[in-house]
Design a binder for this molecule. Sequence first.
Ligand code: ADP
Ligand code: MG
Length: 716
Amino acid sequence: MAHNPPLNFRPELDKKLDTLHGVGPRMVPKLQKLGLTTIEDALYHLPIRYEDRRQFKTINQLIDNQQEVFVGTVLASGETVTTRSRRSIYEVIVGDGSGKIALKWFRYRKPWLQKRFPVGQKAVFIGEVKRFAAIREVHHPDSELLNSDQDLQQLMSSDPLNFGRILPVYSLTEGLTQKQARKIWHQLIQENSEYIPGLIPAEIQEKYNLLPIPVALKQAHWPDESINIDDLQKGCDRARYSLVFDEFFYLELGLALKRAGVQLEEGIAFKFSHKYTIPLNKLLPFKLTDAQRRVLGEIKTDMMAPHPMHRLLQGDVGSGKTIVAMMAALIAIENRAQVAVVAPTEILAEQHYRTFQQWTEILGLKICLLQGNMAVAAKRDTLEQIAQGEIDLIVGTHAVLQEGVEFHSLGLGIIDEQHRFGVQQRSLLKRKGANPDMLVMTATPIPRTLSMTLYGDLSVSVIDQLPPGRKPVTTKRFSAAQRARGYELIQQELNQGRQAYVVYPLVEESEKSDLQAATVAAESFANDIFPDFKIGLLHGRMKTGEKDQVMNSFRQGDIQLLVATTVIEVGVDVPNATVMMIEHADRFGLSQLHQLRGRVGRGADKSYCLLIPSDHYSEDAARRLKVMVETEDGFRIAEADLEIRGPGDFLGTRQAGLPDFRVASLLRDIRVLESARQEAFNYVQKTEQLTTLDAQPVKKELLRRWGGRLELAAVG
Ligand code: ADP
Ligand code: MG
């Protein structure tokens, strides 16, 4: 038998950073603050940008809004007070014969600055040049003092770690200076980069002109003369490209294996009798859209195959995913299998239950609703019936995933609003049957960039068409002072027999006061503003029964205006509601706003969404509101969201069980991701799931990087 060393057998890379010469016990905690413990961590801590110190510019050559390095002599130095805000600042004027520039400090220790910058002192200054009308300034510059007779050429050659070349700039932490960082990383690279294995198959390396990883790391930290500084700053140099490719390649390799693993598993091959699907089709008051029919076809093909389906059904809010799910459920039930539908909130579970029940009743099928806070006896009864196989369709919340819930023959698991669940929940449900088919649905329009990584092991179907007759929702932003105009609009719609929502945010720390805001508003609507209409209040703290009651009254039109916290965010479907007013709209995330707005515009009538921000809000919030007013296109909104928030935060990639990216950025590097994905999938196929001899080193590295996260994959 071959001898396999343990997977983490990489002594050099796993060494702690204090083994590095020049990193003492005082430095270790500082580096730890940056998330760096081992040599490998530090090797991948790439510079955040670069500084061109190959030559110094004269002051008249400096470019506004750029990080610049220049030499100057102090002409004046002292404290002044600003005229407007009456704050004291420290100001140093430096000149070099070509011009002058002001250096300013807003937080400083006066004696230190006075001592450091007396008139006549020569120094190198580093900082961003800003222009205010005709005056150029640098705030809080870095500096290196020079002797007045010191020759610059001499300085450059005597201190090559800090001058005379393109220098890396690292993200720092308190007590770590740029100079120290440069020294540490210079040493690190010299001694350790060669230990990182470069394991991209040779033909791929050649095709994309990739640098071996050790070379790429060296170049990324200490770019040599051959490198174009503009490419570097933009992150499109070859070194970074190679590192990003490497990172994506291994990610996609894992996903490709997972996918292959699913395809190789045995599953249920469903057959079609159309016993229920055809009658349901006849029952529907509408015709399925082409997009709905197309995705249903894709789902059917998967269900017929003797392997388990793993499909993501993506469709913007209101695109009609529920009926597609129902059709899929009926196919499974025609095969005498059970179906579970899991929704993230009680309100949504209840709504699905009602929708499905209308149909199952006529078709003669048995359905139940399973929730957390059911009466003990009723719950026991329901669980018993599920286990006996007496119930065909089980609808519920997280409660369905719990331990005590056992199915007789679960053939299809459906998860609605998948983004509210983690990967774990998906596999919990899957394990309740013998390799059941899985259909997960989401309205969160995931940018292609992300769906490729997040759901790389799922097949994706997209409903890219709304049911006919939908009118666009007009979105307006009113200031708090213009709120009355919003009320007028609501009044007008209510007068015409339509319904409205007014939504308040529920941020955890201020939960109480927000709840209070909603309660107070409901009262003043009822008493003063809309006295002729019936007002309802809905929030998360209400008991299930109360919530159901309010929701039902609203659905039936007994309540015309519903004041709610975000409990109505997902899935709620009341087509007669045509106005939604969102208070403190700045506090919501973009996808949340989009989801909320999706509650209106569900019928044939014109609908409105009114955004009322708080008095003060951030720049990001302003951008979000602007996007909402400008577009209704879920994909554009998702892209904008990704841009504003940055990909790390978006959907919580960590929660999704993905490896973190060390170098790559999903925003910048989408092209690289696409190439890497294609190559990885080809490679998995070509090497028969990495079983060929030449694929063994790659497989080993893959296992190391993915750790235990490949459980579904076909790795023998
Ligand atoms: P979502 O995709 O957001 O879950 P739903 O499934 O709740 O959307 O559907 C939204 C509304 O559109 C529902 O009232 C549903 O009955 C209706 N609907 C679905 N499909 C069609 C269709 N093909 N034609 C007309 N209305 C439809
Ligand atoms: Mg839905």
